[in-house]
Design a protein around this ligand. Structure first.
Ligand code: BGC
Length: 810
């Protein structure tokens, strides 16, 4: 069952009922100012950091789930409705929510009054615009009252939600010409304020929530709206809000609009005040003037559209498969950009207070978008590397505002360092910009300890080499990619965090997954050294890679698949000898991607086992059989009920690894079959089961052991976005950036008879035509600008700005 549909020409997903199974959201903002917005206009806004600079309030775990947002009450006679349906829930004659790239538009109609609300964050200003248009579609005049509502957050959202003894007394506002300025704490230590304005002077306003709602009402039936009259309240403490009232008279057919703006202003200390006690409003007024007409708002929206169209034009496909095209061209790349900005901080499942920028997460996110924003990717790599410890290990997280590592979610995840090699290698392959390796980068943000980025990568590599266990495999530390496989924690205290509790440090628990990573990314590091003519360094790394590969072959193979790990007692994890958790997905993906077992058939056998034991109609589960009880020696993984999250859920993030691995062994049909299983556009029809947004990936789908098999959770902020894009663009469609140039090595399913891709690579344009009539994936002809070529690497040549590439597969 569907609750909407894709409109590929406008790059929108159009939702046609407000009653989606869960809130279906979008993100506004592309620089520093961001908003989350649901299909019923819920969500909140923040500047740079969802924890420390939250501008509007949102209550997670609320009932109903999604209350609080940008609300407009439209009163037409006795009827009150909202363009996003919430919070009044008056049944609408017509409702559409159009989530587009960087904007969301609601279209509603009730009793012949049409309302459209267009929400976006302009490219160059720190504000959210809400452009409300009303049209009287009847042949009678209408008098309409419109009330707006935003509830301010007192900036630090944790404090805002907990420290009531202080916060109920500190709220302060100013109002001038109907513009509401939220200046809590501005008097002392803050140098910023938020404001909510509108381009037409209102009849009245409210800034105190109690006055607006009445002490016993919610947002669904505020007193002020009931009375059709604002109270001009001024908040003194309690809960500051912003609300305006407009009375509009609309002749038959007449259309009018209001442009609302929620803005954020930061001022140097000496410019904070206009006069004692009165804040400096001039930058806010200037911002309001930039958007004070419908035309200006429309122009700003056009700019957003142009920005996204131009950004996404760097990789476009045209193929016989519409679903493939819409994911590759639009939604997958868009989600990659959102994960770049948010990491794992702010979604409808990430509260914006817990997790900042993950070291591993942010490194992986780059894999999917380095072609879109190479300059920002460069900066991000340097920021992440600057949090690395001197010995090569890493904090698991850093704060977006300060860029300092923090121990809130611990450290000692021994895969972390290797992801730095992964993303730097991806950056170099995309851009050819080796100068990044010479950048002087601190350790733990201490400039005194700075070394070149290349040295950081070498230390990442050395960290693995010098931290091995009894089988010569890498020690897992607190965990590896699978945060919940905690082989050294042995936690038995209720509520204790698996990420930060004291570790037993067995010195024994080893990870086959990290071993596979080391083989893959160790080789990539050796390639980098080779390109730099560091022959000695390259050969030393390759020797270590060989030792690791031998260790995997020797001690990491279980007979039909790769083992997952050894626990603190040197017992295998993910082996046929285990009672539960006999086979895991991760090592099968990463080891095959690393090329382990390609010669001796183990790679194929491992992938066959994945299909035999882990495959389900909704995707590949993480492990089987699910753990049915808690094992202290395995940790959090066994704390989840069977079928959820890491305990045999369909963890979407590592499904693409199996796609990639199948492409590595030349099985295009299987690679694509797996790609489609979790790919949003292909499962749109089962939205009533899947429940999360059908245009983006979710982190997890409940596995076959779960009572809610097929139900997804944690949409949007997941490494799945990046890996899905890598799997489809590089492994299946085969557009693979390499240090020496761009390779075209498709591994297509029989059903895809060809495609045309336009790809911008290092500033040159590549028009790539691939024909796949006979299936089989052998390249029978490869021509570049009319000249046949024996190799599928097109060496980078600065003097050629356009390449016409034709590849025939047979
Ligand atoms: C984390 C990832 C981790 C994955 C598997 C996600 O919640 O963000 O870093 O790899 O879970 O445990």
């Amino acid at each position: 069952m569907k609750f909407g549909s894709f409109d590929d020409s406008s790059k929108e997903y159009i939702i046609d009922t407000p009653m989606t199974p869960l809130p279906w959201i979008n993100y506004l903002g592309s620089r520093n100012f961001f908003s989350l917005i649901s299909n019923t206009a819920g969500g909140y806004t923040f500047y740079k950091d969802a924890k420390l600079l939250r501008l509007t309030r949102y209550r997670y775990n609320n009932c109903p789930g999604d209350i609080g947002g940008r609300y407009y009450y439209i009163c037409d006679g006795e009827t009150v409705f909202a363009p996003g349906w919430q919070p009044i829930k008056t049944p609408l004659d017509r409702y559409r929510c159009r989530h587009g790239l960087g904007y969301t538009i609601f279209e509603a109609e009730k009793n012949g009054l049409a309302a459209s609300l267009c929400c976006f964050v302009p490219r160059d200003d720190n504000c959210e615009i809400n452009h409300l248009t009303l049209q009287n579609c009847t042949n009678q005049p209408k008098t309409v009252d419109v009330f707006s509502l935003r509830e301010f957050c007192l900036y630090n959202t944790v404090d805002d939600a907990t420290n009531f003894q202080r916060n109920f007394s500190i709220g302060e506002v100013e109002v001038e010409n109907g513009i509401i300025y939220h200046k809590t704490e501005f008097r002392e230590r803050r140098n910023h304020y938020a404001f909510f304005g509108v381009n037409r002077p209102p009849e009245g306003f409210d800034t105190a929530r109690d006055a607006f709602c009445g002490p016993y009402n919610g947002f669904d039936c505020p007193e002020v709206v009931k009375n059709r009259k604002s109270t001009d309240s001024i908040a003194h403490g309690w809960a500051p809000i912003g609300s305006h009232h407009h009375k509009l008279i609309l002749a038959p057919g007449e259309k009018t609009s209001l442009v609302y703006l929620l803005g954020f202003i930061q001022l140097p200390d000496e410019e904070k005040w206009e006069r004692p006690g009165v804040i400096n409003k001039s930058p806010a007024k200037a911002m309001l003037r930039r958007f004070d007409t419908a035309e200006k708002a429309e122009a700003a929206l056009r700019e957003i559209r142009e920005y996204w169209n131009s950004l996404l034009s760097k990789f476009t496909i045209s193929s016989p498969d519409r679903k493939l095209d819409r994911m590759v061209n639009i939604w997958n790349q868009y989600q990659c950009m959102v994960t770049f900005h948010m990491s794992r901080s702010a979604s409808y499942y990430e509260s914006g207070v817990g997790r900042g920028m993950g070291f591993r997460d942010s490194c992986q996110d780059l894999l999917g978008l380095v072609h879109l924003i190479p300059k920002l990717a460069r900066k991000r790599i340097l920021d992440i590397a600057a949090t690395q410890f001197e010995d090569g290990s890493a904090y698991h997280q850093y704060q977006p505002l300060t860029k300092q590592g923090n121990l809130d979610v611990g450290s000692g995840f021994n895969d972390d360092p290797l992801w730095l090699i992964a993303c730097t290698s991806a950056y170099l392959r995309e851009t050819g910009d080796f100068s990044i390796l010479d950048e002087q980068v601190p350790y733990d943000n201490d400039e005194a300890m700075a070394t070149s980025l290349l040295e950081h990568l070498d230390r990442s590599c050395r960290y693995t080499v010098t931290h091995k266990g009894p089988h010569g495999l890498p020690l897992i530390g607190r965990a590896d990619w699978n945060d919940c496989l905690n082989l050294n924690c042995f936690s038995t205290q209720p509520g204790e965090s698996f990420q930060t509790c004291s570790n037993f440090e067995s010195g024994k628990a080893e990870s086959v997954f990290i071993a596979g990573m080391f083989v893959k990314y160790g080789r990539e590091l050796a390639d980098i050294h080779t390109a730099l003519d560091n022959v000695q360094a390259a050969s030393e790394i390759l020797a270590e890679v060989q030792i690791m590969e031998d260790a995997v072959q020797q001690s990491g193979w279980d007979g039909q698949w790769f083992l997952r790990a050894y626990d603190a007692f040197e017992q295998p994890v993910g082996s046929h000898v285990c009672g539960e958790g006999k086979i895991f997905i991760e090592p099968q993906g990463i080891c095959v991607m690393a090329g382990i077992g390609l010669q001796d058939g183990r790679a194929r056998r491992a992938l066959n086992s994945v299909r035999q034991y882990l495959d389900t109609p909704y995707g590949i589960v993480l492990l089987q059989p699910a753990y049915t009880k808690y094992y202290a020696n395995l940790g959090e993984i066994s704390s989840y009920p069977p079928g959820y999250k890491e305990n045999a859920g369909i963890f979407c993030h590592n499904n693409p690894w199996i796609s990639c691995a199948n492409a590595v062994v030349g099985n295009g049909n299987e690679a694509f079959r797996i790609y489609k299983k979790t790919c949003p556009a292909y499962i749109e029809d089962i939205s009533e089961i899947h429940r999360t947004e059908p245009y983006v990936y979710s982190q997890m789908i409940a596995g076959k052991d779960a009572p809610t098999f097929g139900e997804a959770k944690n949409s949007w902020l997941t490494g799945t976005a990046a890996w899905a894009f890598v799997s489809i663009s590089q492994y299946i469609l085969g557009i693979l950036p390499e240090l020496g140039g761009l390779s075209i090595r498709p591994c297509l399913p029989d059903e895809l008879t060809g495609y045309h891709i336009r790809r911008v690579f290092r500033g040159a344009e590549y028009d790539i035509e691939v024909e796949n009539h006979a299936g089989g994936n052998h390249i029978t002809s490869f021509t570049v600008n009319g000249t046949p070529q024996a190799d599928c690497l097109i060496p980078y040549d600065e003097s050629i700005r356009h390449y016409d590439v034709t590849v025939v597969l047979g």
